[in-house]
Design a protein around this ligand. Structure first.
Ligand code: NAP
Length: 283
């Protein structure tokens, strides 16, 4: 029997656990606050932002959106970030990606105060992760690790193969898996004979953004398959990077899309915001 890793249920559990920490902060007059900076009008971003706001609200975390017009200048965006850096009632800040082309996304991300960088994209936070002392780390890889742990799926000594080398998913996840004693292979679009690598994976993570990239013949019997990809199909439905039904029959555990890694990413963002509020207000 294949174990289907229910990300929505795991996210609810995690959010429930956070309520206690939010209540402890409330006793000291502190309400964790998350600000999301949105530039322009991207329909997909709207859905993500709404989900984040809802999850924050569920556990008593304040959430607000700073909406800027699509033609906002780099200076406008930086000014917004600086103003949020200075606010004591905001403990976490994210800038919704993608940003319009005219904006230098790296400059904006690096302007977020390190202690409020709940997406974990600041080079200081990424550097801490490289060195094995993470503080605020990227939410999607954190969500993947949490799913493996919740399901008691062992990592140490396993061969983990990640398809995708982005700074948001593939690379930070590789670091987290290495820290836990996995042997890690990171593939990219230039990898020759991708299937030769994926077939040797005990844990296979697909984070390429290509629908049905991972077919059943690319997966070893009994592998754990984590599908990070989110792809919009021509019929409007969402699909991951994995050919779910076919791969499910070979995997020992698998994440669905939707309802897998996505909800865990949002829950980890709320968790990072609560952690940031605790660290900014040590008792
Ligand atoms: P990205 O920045 O576009 O990176 C994609 C990576 O996949 C790149 O490293 C690329 O290689 C590699 N790749 C693309 N096609 C490939 C192929 N045919 N074979 C092997 N490698 C291939 O994307 P991202 O931001 O990491 O996101 C990846 C996917 O995850 C997207 O579908 C995104 O929507 C989804 N996502 C989901 C969540 C969630 O919460 N579930 C969060 C973040 C992202 P090169 O570097 O060589 O180009």
């Amino acid at each position: 029997m294949t174990l289907v890793l229910d990300g929505a249920a795991m996210a609810r559990e995690l959010l429930n656990e956070l309520r206690g920490r939010v209540a402890q902060l409330a006793q000291r007059g502190i309400r964790p606050g998350l600000a999301t900076v949105v530039v322009g009008d991207n329909p997909a971003s709207k859905v993500y932002v709404r989900n984040k706001m809802r999850s924050c609200g569920d556990v008593g975390v304040h959430a607000e959106v700073r909406q800027l017009p699509g033609d906002a200048s780099q200076a406008d965006v930086l000014q917004t970030v600086e103003a949020l850096n200075a606010r004591t009632d905001i403990h976490g800040m994210i800038v919704q990606l993608p940003l319009p082309r005219a904006i230098d996304a790296q400059r904006v991300l690096q302007a977020i105060a390190v202690k409020k960088d709940v997406d974990g994209f600041n080079w200081a936070n990424l550097g801490a992760l490289v060195d094995g002392h993470p503080s605020l780390a990227p939410c999607t890889p954190l969500g993947v690790m949490r799913m493996l742990d919740r399901a008691r799926l062992p990592v140490e000594g396993r061969h983990a193969v990640i398809i995708g080398r982005s700074s948001i998913v593939g690379k930070p996840l590789a670091l987290m898996l290495i820290a836990r004693g996995a042997t890690v292979t990171v593939c990219n679009s230039k990898t020759r004979d991708l299937a030769a690598f994926t077939r040797s994976a005990d844990i296979l993570v697909a984070a390429a953004g290509r629908a049905k990239l991972v077919t059943a013949d690319m997966v070893q019997d009994g592998a754990v398959v984590i599908d990070v990809g989110i792809n919009r199909l021509p019929d409007g439905k969402l699909a991951g990077d994995v050919d779910y039904e076919a791969v499910k029959s070979k995997a020992s555990a698998i994440t669905p899309v939707p309802g897998g890694v996505g909800p865990m990413t949002v829950a980890m963002l709320v968790a990072n915001t609560v952690s940031a509020a605790e660290r900014l207000n040590p008792s």
